[in-house]
Design a protein around this ligand. Structure first.
Ligand code: BDR
Ligand code: CA
Length: 313
């Protein structure tokens, strides 16, 4: 089967970086048409830089990287340096990128790419706030029906929130954008915290990355070392949750994940629960399903896949 064509929309972020590396290491299943940066974990200037650092780490300097929206649709940007460090990619020491950003706005790249490819053949993979995707849908509503699928990391049901008691970071940062995307009618697959909090980099898994004994293996081990300090302290968990790589792993091995096709609405009014993904997991409303909301991951299978693929870079 031909590889799936995707655009990765991202705010790297150590876990975004691993998600990108997994995609670049998997050309049989995934063709990365481009990477679009958005403001999120750190401001846009840094996410656009970090996306190129990751491409260069993987020796994939031909991937076009575009800068996109530098703030949410109608809010101030909230960032997460407390998790990802000042650069967004703290941990390994990686060189500044030599590859330039491609001229033009990420949103226009998303629109043009969906228009030039056959309808239903391009998948969007958002790993950060949904600002770029929502802006593209608002600017060019004709592209929505052309999207094959949106596979995104965001939201939570049983795990509720990580940036507030009620909300997950990516959705919280731009709830209005999330509302546009979830109400767009596009086919959506969601990797919420319910899944990603089971994808933990234990010490053994971290050592497996390091044992690859490659530039990429060392960098991923150092990134997850950095990232896990915060999570261990906060959740008392065994290691850092690899949120965003669940998205790219799904494209390769969808059988590793299971969930429910349900209705998901986004809270945009209440300050208390802003950005909450109100997921009708128990189907208590008659609202039609708008998302495949994942609930479980085979963590052993996920890390086996990730380690095997990173070894190829
Ligand atoms: C999400 O927020 C970011 O900090 C991570 O990169 C991930 O996309 C997890 O809530
Ligand atoms: Ca992210």
């Amino acid at each position: 089967m031909a590889p799936r064509k995707i655009i990765i929309d991202t705010d790297p972020g150590q876990d975004d970086a691993v998600a990108i590396l997994l995609a670049l290491a998997s050309p049989e299943e995934i063709e990365v048409l481009g990477i679009t940066a958005v403001a999120g974990n750190v401001p846009l200037e840094l996410t656009a830089k970090n996306a190129r650092i990751v491409c260069e780490l993987a020796d994939h300097t031909h991937i076009p990287v575009y800068a996109g929206c530098d703030r949410p649709l109608n809010r101030e940007l909230v960032t997460a340096e407390h998790v990802h460090g000042k650069t967004g990619l703290d941990g390994p020491v990686l060189p500044d990128p030599q590859m330039p950003l491609v001229d033009g706005h990420a949103v226009d790249f998303i629109i043009e790419t969906l228009r030039v490819h056959e309808s239903g053949t391009v998948t969007l993979c958002p790993l950060g706030p949904l600002t770029n995707i929502a802006t593209a849908f608002q600017k060019a509503p004709d592209i929505v029906d052309r999207v094959q699928e949106i596979v995104l990391m965001g939201g939570a049901y049983f795990e509720v929130g990580n940036i507030t008691p009620a909300a997950e970071f990516n959705i919280y940062v731009d709830p209005e954008a999330a509302e546009v995307v979830f109400n767009s009618g596009a086919h959506i697959v969601v990797m919420p915290l319910d899944v990603t909090h089971d994808a933990l980099v234990t010490q053994q898994r971290n050592e497996a990355f390091r044992a690859l004994n490659s530039k990429v293996g060392h960098a991923v081990a150092e990134m997850t070392d950095f990232f896990e300090r915060f999570d261990k302290e906060k959740y008392g968990s065994e290691g850092a949750p690899l949120h965003d790589p669940c998205v790219t792993a799904y494209l390769i091995r969808p059988d590793l994940f299971s969930g429910r096709h349900i209705n998901v609405q986004i809270e945009t009014q209440s300050e208390l629960t802003m950005g909450m993904t109100v997921a009708d997991w128990w189907r208590v409303t008659k609202h039609p399903p708008n998302a495949m909301f994942m609930g479980e991951v085979d963590a052993e299978g996920f890390f086996a896949l990730l380690t095997e693929r990173l070894a190829r870079l």
